[in-house]
Each structure stands twice: as C-alpha cells, then as structure tokens.
Design a protein around this ligand. Structure first.
Ligand code: ZN
Length: 224
C-alpha cells in the first residue's frame, strides 16, 4: 500500500517516520534483534477521539515503511493499514488505558533486562539516567504469553503510576513515556542500568541504589 494523499490519514507521515526511526534505532542500540519488539504512539483527533499508531506484526525493520504502520482505535478496531498489528496490541491498549499520561510505548527484548528478568530480579536504579527516566525500581511480571488484554491489565497494574517500565520475565521490557523520544530513552536507560547492575552484583559488592525522591536536583537543572 502507498499512502493515498487524497485521504487524510489520522497519523502524519512525520509520526510514521519517527516510529520507523526508533524501530531501527532499537536494533542499532542492541535493544532488539531481528523483528522483535514493537512501538506505538497515542494520537488525539481534532474531535478529541483517541487512537494509537502501532507497528505491524513480524515485518523486518530494514524493509518496514512509514505506510505500514497501523492506526487502531482504543477498542482495538483497525482504522488504517493493510498489515496485521503487533501481536501485543491488546497489551499496549491496556497500558494506555491505565496510564493517561503515557503517549508512547516501546517494547524491547534486550539482553541484560532479560538476564535479570529470567532470575525474577526487579531492576533497581543504580544509574542517574535510569532514575531520571524510569523513575524507580522496575517490577517483574512472571513469565506468560503477552498477547492478551488480561496480561496487559496486570502488566499495567504492576507498573503502576510511579515508574515508567515493567519487565516481562523471560521476554523483555515495556517502557512508557510522555513522548516516543522519552519512552525510548526509558528503554535505553533500563537496559544500560541492568547491565551495570548485573556486573556490579557479580563483583560481590553492594550497589548504591538511587531513589528519585531522594536525589538532590541542583537548581536550574533541566530534567526529562
Ligand atoms: Zn516481545
């Protein structure tokens, strides 16, 4: 399908290209392999109706095109797009319902998140970036298939309001943000933090865990 410019899409070409950019960036940054992971962004129409733009299922990122993104209503109805949406569509929708502040979701399957996830270990913030972007300790959902709305509701409930990510054991991470740029930064920060935390723990020492509400933020500092 090519974008029919005579019909105005609910999702701008710019947004579709931004999603594509972060899909490819997730592989470049080592957060995803092959066709793993998915991304969505919440959009609001002029009349206030909300929908999401989400990546299709099982399409190689090097051949993925802006017009391949799907626009899906909050009830799961596909409004635009010829391909199948990501299998985790119901989970994305559940997270958007639970967190009205979330404007974007990035799902990744990065290595060190999964190292801690398979051990059932929550990810404590030990790096500044992690505490600034993810806001706190990331909880772990026990393993199960992640393709239904009930899993999504429990995943969103476990994440709660205080932090911006949740680990799915034996699978990966779901990160939210007030923009796609910020949701992506959460995913990067959690993976980097997980790697450092893993190595620090292996060294036998006790890592210094940071708490968002206890770090002293200098006056004038620009926070995400
Ligand atoms: Zn996945």
């Amino acid at each position: 399908m090519s974008i029919d410019t005579s019909v105005r899409s609910l999702a701008s070409v710019q947004l579709r290209e931004e999603i594509l950019y972060y899909c490819r960036e997730s592989v470049r940054c080592g957060l995803n392999f092959n066709t793993q992971g998915n991304i969505s962004v919440r959009i609001t129409a002029d009349d206030g109706t909300e929908a999401i733009v989400i990546t299709p299922s099982d399409v190689r990122y090097d051949v993925l095109r802006p017009e391949d993104m799907l626009v899906v209503a909050m009830d799961g109805t596909v409004l635009e797009g010829d391909l199948l949406p990501s299998t985790e569509l119901p989970v994305h929708l559940a997270h958007y319902r639970r967190r009205p502040d979330a404007r974007a979701i990035v799902h990744t399957e990065s290595t060190f998140v999964n190292v801690l996830g398979v051990l059932g270990k929550q990810i404590d913030p030990v790096l500044l970036n992690m505490v600034l972007y993810a806001k706190g300790t990331i909880p772990v959902m026990p393993f199960e298939f992640s393709t239904n709305a009930d899993f999504g509701r429990r995943s969103a409930e476990l994440m709660g309001d205080a932090v911006n990510a949740v680990v799915w054991a034996n699978h990966g991470l779901l990160a939210v943000g007030v923009s796609l740029k910020l949701a992506f930064k959460v995913a990067v920060a959690v993976e980097e933090n997980a790697e450092v935390l893993h190595h620090a723990t292996l060294s036998g020492g006790v890592p210094n865990v940071l708490a968002y509400d206890r770090i002293e933020i200098p006056e004038g500092a620009r926070l995400p």
